[in-house]
Each structure stands twice: as structure tokens, then as C-alpha cells.
Ligand binder design. Structure first.
Ligand code: ADP
Ligand code: ASP
Ligand code: MG
Length: 406
């Protein structure tokens, strides 16, 4: 019998009616001879509500207690889903991350899965149970609950699929698949039937929150077949994420926007060896990721260093910045929150110079200033002001004719 992992996001289990609908779908797969492992997120917006509650207690709760709090959301949905399946006469068991052997490193709120001991899950499948697993959580060496970062249930699903030898991992969400851009912002966005792991990974890293980036990375590394599809229209074919051999013709596949970023500029740092090391090693020691980095030489032998970070890390980054500034005697950093990263994605797009010039030219025509640029073989990203971000996303999507079926 083959194992299938099906992951249902928060909107797919937002209320009792939706839980019932998902239940019938899962049972249908059981009847069809699969051994289903189901991964669920917290109901609807409940993770956000939990965050709001914590912030009412203190503006800077410890990350250990945040993980303790946020992991409860998923515990509610697994229990309700297991009850719903039992109520229809099928055997089900809900398991927390710890109970299904998901071990993580020690970084609260952004833990990485280090190992999965699959014996409990496989035993329960052998007992004919449908296994319902709480997404987004695991346990570290201290025995503390950790969470994998926002959207992390996708990663739980893929990691379990890989560890348990599943044939397929399906991600059910509130849109019918992967689109050429966020369909909620770009009305012309088109569903893509199949996309490569590399392109999907870039989409995810660059703000298409439909998939947690680490889930795509894991699937690619282990060749796990992934399908993203709608939990609202269960008959609709979704998007397959597959290995696609590189084509010669570079083509823009999608446009993404990430407005959960902050630009930090440290003005007037000495132009001497070791400055960048002193700054970025301190951030790395705290496991804080930095994205784009730009250094400009000023006329007086001093540099401005600018970089972008995830907005969720801002408090921690500010603490580290103070240490750096004290050490080298630089001016306080300038922080700009009203920035967004607009990116075009497609294998090999930087090999065709017309694509980059087309992007920059269109932004120029629209009167949109580019504050930073970064490129890789598969993407071109521009930092722009948030105020024009949605307009830019729509215009650039149209400019590259992504609304047209190729
Ligand atoms: P879930 O709760 O199921 O995990 P998410 O909210 O995390 O769902 O992700 C789904 C959302 O991702 C969609 O509602 C959509 O607005 C957004 N999204 C952003 N970019 C894309 C894209 N390129 N294709 C599909 N959805 C996208
Ligand atoms: N409930 C968590 C979140 O809202 C994890 C997830 O949904 O994947 O981020
Ligand atoms: Mg998600």
C-alpha cells in the first residue's frame, strides 16, 4: 500500500464545515487504498491571534515561550480532524511533532528539522490508522517545543513524506495551484500546470508564501513529487512541482513581491578590511539571515553598507547593530520599513540581457525608483518603495506577458 502525505493549510481547516469537507476527501483516499498521513496547520488565522495575545502581554516575548504558545494552534486542529474522521467510522490518531518523532535544532521560532524517528507514525499506519500530524512543530534536544517559522507546516509535510517513503506529497491550500504571480494581487495571474523545483524555490524565497521555501528545498533534494492544489475545489488539478531540464530559451515564469523586509543602512563605516566581517559574523552568530548587501564607497574613505533583512528579525538585528556600532564607532543605522522586493523569476533569465533591461526600463517608464538590485541565474530582484509595489507587480506581470498562455 502506498503512503500519501496530504497537508491542509489554515484556511482549509478554518471552521467545522471545512474540516468535514477535508475529512471526506481524506477518507476517500483511504478507501482508494492509500495510507494517508495528514499534516495540518492551525485553524484559519489562529496563529496570528496567538501572536496578538502574546504582544498584549509584552512587546518582546521570549522565543521559547512563543513556540510553546504558537504550537497549540496546530494541536487544536489535529484533534478536531481526528475526531471528525472517527465520527465517520474510520480509525484516526492525532500526533504532535514530538509524538511523531520530529527532532529539530535548538533555534526557537525558526528551527530546522534534524531527524524524524518514523517508527510511531509507521506503527500507527500499520494499525490502519489515518495519522494526523501537527505541522510547524518539533522538539529540540532539551525536550522543548520548537516551531519551524511561519508557513512551516509545508516543511513538516515534505519532511514526513521523505522520511516515511511516501509516493506523493500534496499541499492543499486556498488557491488552485501555483500562479504566475499572487492571484490575490494580480488579477491577470495564470495558473501554471508544472513548475521546476528551482523556479518554485525561488518563487517561495522571494515572497510567494504559498509554499515554505525549505519544503521545496527538501523535496528537490529528495526528489519528492509535490502537488499544490485547492482544498476548496477538490476536483481541480493543481500544479506539479517537478524536475525540469533546463531549456535554452530563457523565459520569465513569474513575478513575486516580498514586503516583509526592511532595509538597513550603516552610514560612514571606515573603508578598511574586516568591517563587513565584523558586522555580518555578529548577525550570523545569532542565526539572523541577511539578503541583499550593497556597499558604496564615499568620497572621504568611508563606506555606506546597506542590506535587507526579514522584518520579523528587526528587533534582534537592531540589538546586534548596537554592538557593531559600539565596536567600530559608526553612526546609528538608518532603518527603512517601507520597502518591498519585486522579483522576476525564470531559469537562465540573466543570460538574456533584454530581460533585465526590459524590467528596469518598464520601472523607469512607471516612474518607480530602484533602490537596490540583485541578480542570480534564475532571478532579478529590485528593492522599491512599498507605496508603488502592487502597481509595479501588476505592470511587470503584464509587461512580460505572463497573462498569455504560451
Ligand atoms: P495555507 O494557509 O494553505 O498554507 P498560505 O496563505 O500560506 O496558505 O498560502 C497561500 C496564499 O499564497 C494564497 O492565498 C496566495 O494569495 C498566496 N500566493 C502568493 N504568491 C502566489 C503564487 N505565485 N501562486 C499561488 N499563490 C500565491
Ligand atoms: N500555523 C503556522 C503559521 O500560520 C504554520 C503554518 O500554517 O504552516 O505560520
Ligand atoms: Mg502556508
Amino acid at each position: 500500500m502506498s503512503i500519501i502525505v496530504q497537508k491542509f493549510g489554515g484556511s482549509s481547516v478554518a471552521d467545522v464545515t471545512r474540516i468535514q469537507r477535508v475529512t471526506d476527501h481524506i477518507i476517500q483516499h483511504k478507501k482508494n487504498g492509500y495510507q494517508p498521513i495528514i499534516v495540518v496547520s492551525a485553524m484559519g488565522d489562529s496563529t496570528n491571534h496567538l501572536i496578538d495575545l502574546a504582544k498584549q502581554i509584552t512587546p518582546s516575548p521570549s522565543s521559547r515561550e512563543m513556540d510553546m504558545l504558537l504550537s497549540t494552534g496546530e494541536q487544536i486542529s489535529i484533534a478536531l480532524l481526528a475526531m471528525a474522521i472517527e465520527a465517520k467510522g474510520y480509525k484516526a490518531i492525532s500526533l504532535t511533532g514530538y509524538q511523531c518523532g520530529i527532532k529539530t535544532d535548538h533555534y526557537y521560532s525558526k528551527a530546522k528539522i534534524s531527524d524524524i524517528k518514523t517508527n510511531r507514525v509507521l506503527d500507527e499506519l500499520a494499525k490502519d490508522h489515518i495519522v494526523i500530524v501537527a505541522g510547524f512543530q518539533g522538539m529540540n534536544d532539551l525536550g522543548d517545543i520548537t516551531t519551524l517559522g511561519r508557513g512551516g507546516s509545508d516543511t513538516t509535510a515534505v519532511a514526513l513524506a521523505v522520511a516515511c517513503g511516501a509516493d506523493l506529497c500534496e499541499i492543499y491550500t486556498d488557491v488552485p495551484g501555483i500562479f504566475t504571480s499572487d492571484p490575490r494581487v494580480v488579477k491577470e495571474a495564470r495558473k501554471i500546470d508544472a513548475i521546476s523545483y528551482d523556479e518554485m524555490l525561488e518563487f517561495a524565497k522571494l515572497g510567494a508564501k504559498v509554499m515554505h521555501p525549505r519544503s521545496v528545498e527538501l523535496a528537490r533534494k529528495n526528489n519528492m513529487k509535490l502537488i499544490v492544489r485547492s482544498s476548496f475545489n477538490l476536483d481541480e488539478k493543481g500544479t506539479e512541482i517537478i524536475e525540469v531540464k533546463n531549456m535554452e530559451n530563457a523565459q520569465v515564469r513569474g513575478v513575486t513581491l516580498d514586503d516583509n523586509i526592511v532595509r538597513i543602512t550603516v552610514p560612514n563605516v571606515p573603508d578598511e578590511p574586516g568591517i563587513a566581517y565584523k558586522l555580518f559574523s555578529k548577525l550570523a552568530a545569532e542565526n539572523l539571515s541577511v539578503d541583499m548587501i550593497i556597499q558604496n564607497l564615499n568620497h572621504d574613505e568611508h563606506n555606506d553598507i546597506s542590506f535587507t533583512i526579514n522584518e520579523d528579525d528587526l528587533d534582534q538585528v537592531e540589538e546586534v547593530m548596537h554592538l557593531f556600532i559600539d565596536e567600530i564607532g559608526a553612526n546609528p543605522p538608518l532603518i527603512k520599513k517601507t520597502v518591498a522586493k519585486l522579483s522576476i523569476v525564470g531559469t537562465g533569465i540573466t543570460s538574456d540581457a533584454k530581460i533585465a533591461s526590459g524590467l528596469f526600463g518598464r520601472l523607469y517608464e512607471l516612474g518607480i525608483n530602484i533602490e537596490m538590485i540583485s541578480t542570480s541565474e534564475i532571478k532579478i530582484s529590485c528593492i522599491i518603495d512599498t507605496a508603488c509595489a502592487d502597481r509595479a507587480l501588476n505592470e511587470i506581470h503584464h509587461f512580460f506577458e505572463l497573462h498569455k498562455v504560451i
